[in-house]
Design a protein around this ligand. Structure first.
Ligand code: ARG
Length: 701
């Protein structure tokens, strides 16, 4: 028996499963046997009593989970941080534990109200005393960790729990003597797993598989070379024995029903303080400010959600709510993250939502030089579709050529612009990190938001034909405005436009001057030309809607024909092609770009098979667009979406709601998604434009 080890327990006099605050308790209300629980608890008590001194805190009626003394608090030396329970069901235990610690002469620390921390259930010392592993994600808050570091003067390593079955760190993680670690990796996020692997060498990590994990194998009490736990598999027992441990199993089934086992039922109250270990934490904090229709437009909840989902934590320092419908709100939020890396990740997403540092903390952008052409420095900032400004010499400078998935380069005279990775040249100055960057996000007002929804037409059961007509009316109006004001409309179109009979309508739009550039692939052009010359589209007679015998050959005949002429333009000029979408493009001098793909037949001589070239052709044609009509072409439309800055209206039409959602979900107000047959959409659009052109058409016969 080792006199120096003391363990706190609490007899199960009032133990029961009275409520559900973790998945194990579900379906187990009042299902545990008090008698059995008492005898199992005694079993554990005897085992520990033989090997340490067991202190007892008096159980209290009405607080059934008080048996789980691991959650009383956290002790190091003569200091105790008492728990702040997350659930009100357990908060009543706090004063009793506090009293016990005070009676024992501990210096007691209490966390601020509403900052939950569940004691040694979520904080486990490395058994060599080098640092403290602290869990968060379900019960304890990340922001409690810096307090632990400060009060206990120890390094705190934060681990994020992601499987609600393993809601406390001690349910899936057990540091053992000799630097060993028994744990269930799947209970942690990727970042935490990396941290564990960095700190504990592979030969010291004993991985628990799921069947043992759900039997609470990690919820073990380690006293020197002995490990006391609920039943475990022979395989795991063998592994522990090989590492030099003696495994003592003791049944604890009644406590498993409440989500606890051996370790939960104990709190080690003798944890020696090491001289050369001092406070440290990797937790980073930053203050951000946001302004706009924060509640109305849901921006604040989006921001706070993303902080938590990315493994961080927050505290709202200030919030001033706009009172009138048009007034904006302002918020100041302190964000914390488990490491500098994850802070950068969180910040870059917050920047996208319009967050900025408080003015007194604003800094210039950080810049690093490209040392290998086509390769950015590791830490480069990934550009978005939103207008972005970078701060150079305390001046905010607008970034040019805005597009997503690029890098921001600072050129001569402090000009800033987006560039693609592959275009980076040696010596280019690339913006890195997240400091000194802000995006100007128009905060959507209620009115704007309601016009940017998805419309379903012929879509699964949602009958809103009238609404689609309304959107078409709106789009027709805008097309007219753009045309009459000399603006620019770009169309991306897939072959479905032709299959669905939309070819004639698209041709009409081009002829009437509503389209200023056409982007597509090999297929739209081949189908269109096939239809113009042979009346079929991939062998289907579009008039009668039935396949023509041998019609599939038409497709290749057409490709061959155009190849003979050398180009679509040549075919038009020499009279071989006399109508259709491609014809109208040529006739009306509308530039087009056909981007190739691996599945292309032929291809047509006009199809650009060099994708890098095709991408830059697309990018050039998009420049200056006011509106982009995306007609049933997922691939080309996504490509276009990535190149297009926010502010350009995008109208995406597809029969597949998934495509529409993907494309209209750019978080910008200007995109409209319409789930419908594209042929029908084009026909409605043309009708509507006709109405606009001759307002009396309906009445004058
Ligand atoms: N029913 C208790 C709760 O959900 C069980 C606590 C188990 N304790 C532990 N350290 N894992 O809070």
């Amino acid at each position: 028996m080792s006199d120096s080890i003391r363990i706190l327990m609490c007899a199960p006099d009032h133990y029961d499963v009275d409520y559900v605050i973790n998945p194990w308790m579900e379906g187990n209300i009042h299902k545990s046997s008090r008698e059995k629980a008492v005898s199992q608890w005694n079993g554990l008590y005897q085992i520990l009593k033989d090997r340490s001194i067991v202190d007892l805190v008096p159980p209290q009626k009405g607080w059934p989970d008080m048996v789980f003394t691991a959650n009383a608090g956290l002790v190091l030396g003569k200091t105790a941080v008492i728990s702040r329970f997350f659930h009100k069901e357990r908060q009543g235990e706090e004063p009793y534990f506090k009293q016990w610690f005070e009676q024992q002469g501990f210096t007691v620390y209490e966390l601020p109200k509403d900052l939950p921390f569940e004691g040694a259930g979520d904080a486990l010392f490395d058994r060599e005393g080098r640092w403290l592993w602290a869990g968060y994600g379900f019960r304890s808050e990340l922001d409690s960790h810096p307090y632990l570091a400060k009060w206990l003067d120890i390094e705190v390593l934060s681990l994020r729990l992601i499987d609600e079955r393993f809601y406390h760190l001690d349910t899936c993680f057990c540091p053992l003597s000799g630097g060993y670690l028994l744990y269930y990796p799947d209970a942690f996020d990727a970042y935490s797993n990396r941290l564990i692997e960095m700190k504990v060498p592979q030969e010291k990590r004993i991985i628990v598989e799921e069947p043992d994990a759900v039997n609470f194998a990690c919820n073990a009490v380690n006293v020197n070379q002995i490990i006391v736990m609920n039943k475990i598999s022979e395989a795991l027992k063998g592994q522990l024995q090989n590492a030099g441990f003696e495994v003592v199993e003791t049944p604890l089934s009644e406590f498993l029903k409440a989500g606890g086992a051996a370790k939960c039922l104990t709190l080690r109250v003798t944890e020696p303080v090491l001289e050369d270990v001092h406070a440290n934490t990797m937790i980073e904090t930053r203050v951000i400010q946001m302004q706009g229709h924060l509640l109305d437009a849901g921006v604040l909840s989006k921001a706070l959600d993303l902080v938590v989902e990315s493994g961080g934590s927050f505290k709202v320092l200030n919030f001033s709510l706009g009172i009138e419908r048009q007034s904006t709100s302002a918020a100041e939020v302190r964000v914390s993250a488990p490491s500098a890396d994850s802070m950068d990740e969180i910040m870059s997403q917050l920047i996208e939502l319009g967050a900025v540092p408080p003015p007194q903390e604003a800094s210039d952008v950080k810049i690093e030089k490209v040392t290998k052409a086509g390769v950015a420095p590791d830490d480069f900032y990934v550009s978005t579709i939103y207008p972005t400004e970078v701060r150079i010499n305390s001046q905010w400078i607008l970034v040019g050529n805005q597009r997503m998935d690029g890098v921001i380069v600072i050129g001569d005279n402090n000009k800033a612009y987006c560039k693609l990775l592959r275009d980076l040249e040696l010596g280019d100055q690339v913006v890195v990190g997240v400091g000194g960057i802000r995006t100007i996000k128009q905060s959507d007002s209620r009115e704007q938001r309601s016009s940017s929804q998805e419309f379903t037409f012929m879509g699964a059961g949602v009958s809103s034909e009238r609404r689609v007509e309304l959107v078409v009316e709106q789009i027709a109006w805008e097309l007219r405005q753009i045309r009459d004001q000399g603006g620019k409309v770009v169309v991306t179109a897939g072959p479905v436009v032709i299959h669905t009979g939309g070819g004639q309508h698209l041709s009409r739009l081009i002829k009437d001057g509503y389209v200023h550039a056409l982007l597509g692939g090999n297929a739209i052009a081949v189908h269109d030309i096939e239809q113009s010359i042979m009346g079929t589209s991939l062998g289907v007679d579009l008039q009668r809607g039935i396949p023509v015998r041998g019609g599939h050959r038409h497709h290749l005949k057409i490709i061959n024909l155009i190849r003979r002429y050398g180009s679509i333009v040549a075919a038009v000029e020499q009279g071989a092609l006399t109508k259709g979408v491609m014809y109208e493009c040529v006739k009306n001098n509308i530039p087009f770009s056909l981007s190739g793909s691996i599945r292309d037949d032929g291809p047509l001589p006009d199809t650009e098979m060099d994708l890098i070239k095709a991408q830059s052709d697309y990018a050039n044609l998009i420049k200056g667009a006011d509106m982009i009509l995306m007609l049933s072409s997922m691939l080309h439309s996504i490509g276009v979406g990535n190149m297009t800055p926010a502010g350009v209206k995008m109208v995406c039409v597809d029969i597949n709601p998934a495509v529409v959602t993907k494309l209209s979900d750019r978080g910008s107000v200007e995109s409209v998604g319409i789930v419908t047959d594209v042929g029908l959409f084009l026909s409605l659009l043309v009708q509507q434009l006709e109405k606009l052109t001759s307002p009396y058409a309906a009445t004058v016969s």
